[in-house]
Design a protein around this ligand. Structure first.
Ligand SMILES: *Cc1c(COP(=O)(O)O)cnc(C)c1O
Length: 234
């Protein structure tokens, strides 16, 4: 069996086990395979093993892969930093964006979304720990942003995403995820139902599932360690 297929099976097994242990409905947590920095042959292999959802962080690299895997039924999720002058290719080529950080980005992507495509599913990236240098929206700014973004017709606001600082302790891993779930519960309404919590990666997916994650973003545990950018052979 290929290493990637074996990696995928292991991760799916971890997800199903965590669903069971934490009383989540079986199948309620989806797997996003984070394929940033991986060559397109690795994605093909994952497709062959039945994986369809892929997460990419670097736009140029992502666009090449999307072009090359055109004939596969892949679903593309943008999870990286959004540069405001590069929103058009995101609007045109992706099915989901997890990393919206402000109204300006949302408005641009809304305007640039082609008419023949369904509304783009989006999550707002939230900065739970103010010390974190990863991007994200301060929790206090979310309510206003949710109200404004939910008016944009070519976007479909699905929920919240976070990228907490790594921690090896299950309890401290759970804390930011719990906070994200509480925020989602406060912000969700019949008018704007938020069905998505994008949280959990290779090292902390169990903690995220315990706290209600609906989609885990997993790279290393599927594809192996990532090479630093300057050592990639592409
Ligand atoms: C790289 C990345 C991941 C995957 O991290 P792993 O530790 O390799 O599972 C998840 N989310 C985001 C936003 C990432 O940039």
């Amino acid at each position: 069996m290929s290493l990637i297929k074996a990696g995928l099976e292991k991760v799916v097994e971890r997800i199903r086990e965590a669903e069971r242990v934490y009383g989540r409905q079986s199948g309620s947590v989806k797997l996003l395979a984070v394929s940033k920095t991986r060559p397109v042959c690795d994605l093909r292999e994952a497709c062959l093993a039945g994986q369809q959802r892929f997460g990419e962080s670097y736009l140029q690299e992502a666009l090449e892969k999307i072009g090359q895997l055109d004939n596969q039924d892949a679903e593309w999720h943008f999870i990286g930093r959004i540069q405001s002058n590069k929103t058009r290719p995101i609007a045109e080529n992706f099915d989901w964006v997890h990393s919206i950080e402000n109204l300006k980005q949302a408005k641009r992507i809304n305007e640039q979304r082609p008419d023949n495509l369904p509304p783009l599913s989006i999550c707002l990236q939230v900065k739970i720990d103010p010390e974190e240098d990863k991007g994200g929206i301060a929790p206090g700014e979310l309510a206003e942003l949710v109200a404004q973004i939910s008016e944009l017709p070519c976007l479909r606001l699905r929920g919240l995403m976070t990228l907490p600082a790594p921690s090896s302790n299950l309890e401290s891993q759970r804390r930011p995820f719990r906070r994200l779930r509480e925020l989602r519960d406060q912000l969700s309404s019949p008018q704007v139902p938020l069905d998505t919590l994008s949280m959990g990666m290779s090292a902390d997916l169990e903690a995220a599932i315990a706290e209600g994650s609906t989609i885990v973003r997993v790279g290393t545990a599927i594809f192996g360690p990532r090479k630093p950018i300057n050592q990639r052979s592409r």
